[in-house]
Ligand binder design. Sequence first.
Ligand code: C5P
Length: 233
Amino acid sequence: MARDVIVALDFPGRSEALGFLDRFKADKPFVKIGMELFYREGQDMVREIAMRGHRIFLDLKLHDIPNTVAGAIRSLGQLDVDMINLHAGGGVQMMRGASEALSALGSRKPLLIAVTVLTSLDEAALRRELLVSQPLKQTVLRYAQNAKEAGLDGVVCSPLEAKGVHEAFGQDFITVTPGIRFADAHKGDQQRVTTPREARALGTDYIVVGRPITRAQDPVEVYRRCLSDFVNP
Ligand code: C5P
């Protein structure tokens, strides 16, 4: 299992993102480029960060009709990234189309991961706002089952659900888990959170950590704390 810490580069632009990465002298963190940075700086930003030797999770959470998502995946597949994602809520056909579109890349293809239920949502919001009356864990498991059936490599979920996903779909089915906070920190907009140590105990493969690292006085120190709690305790 490739257990690792992925740092979310949620910055408004190139100079902030590169300024942040410049602080890491001895480490080359696996990074996540999301909508904020990608929509401003585009594919050049992805190439520049890849050239610096970072592994990249391109977190654009695609969600549209199958034909449109397959086209988007073909465009993104040209970039040298390690992981991309889409919303499982788009359905099995959408996910299968995306997976097939990536197959053309052969061994160069990135891992394709489905977002199950956003870690900012809790069961009450699902029931009240989205009329999802099933227990949250069951919803996550069903979305994961759909993703597996569609040929995806794994899912984004909360660490609280990672164990159930592995038990149901195997240790090789990857779990990528945001919603990571240290015990003494604020949750912010995240609802389903754990510490890096708890995430490890729950069997998560990758933790995604944004604000606890990017807003720290010493991001390198907090990144290393994540590594030592999650990867090498
Ligand atoms: O700052 P924080 O650690 O909450 O950042 C979490 C990152 O993970 C954000 O970039 C967010 O977009 C992403 N993410 C998430 N929940 C998901 C999928 C992705 O929080 N289900």
